[in-house]
Design a protein around this ligand. Structure first.
Ligand SMILES: [Zn+2]
Ligand SMILES: [Zn+2]
Length: 91
């Protein structure tokens, strides 16, 4: 996933294949580095950086029909990714 900061509170990005583009407007006041087993499994790496926003702040600019979701059992987490290239997307 590539993302660039357009303004201090606006981020635009797209998935690896370019089918899905999004914009997040939030000041991202809270972000955490996490290395719990869920984050490790979800990312396939040792740890992740999570920036927190709300669904209302996420705007899909393109490729909304390419989105796939996975509701993580026993949690309120819904993961969103591109069904073409598998890139993790804002959720
Ligand atoms: Zn994609
Ligand atoms: Zn975690």
């Amino acid at each position: 996933m590539s993302a660039q900061i357009v303004h201090a509170n606006k981020i635009e990005g797209q998935c690896t294949c370019g089918a899905v583009r999004y914009r997040v407007q939030d000041n991202m006041a809270a972000f955490k580095l996490c290395y719990c087993s869920f984050c490790q499994k979800a990312s396939g790496s040792a740890h992740v950086t999570n920036a927190f926003t709300t669904p209302e702040q996420i705007e899909w600019l393109d490729g909304q029909d390419k989105l796939a979701t996975f509701d993580v059992p026993n949690s309120q987490v819904r993961r969103v990714f591109c069904r073409v290239c598998g890139t993790t997307l804002p959720f």
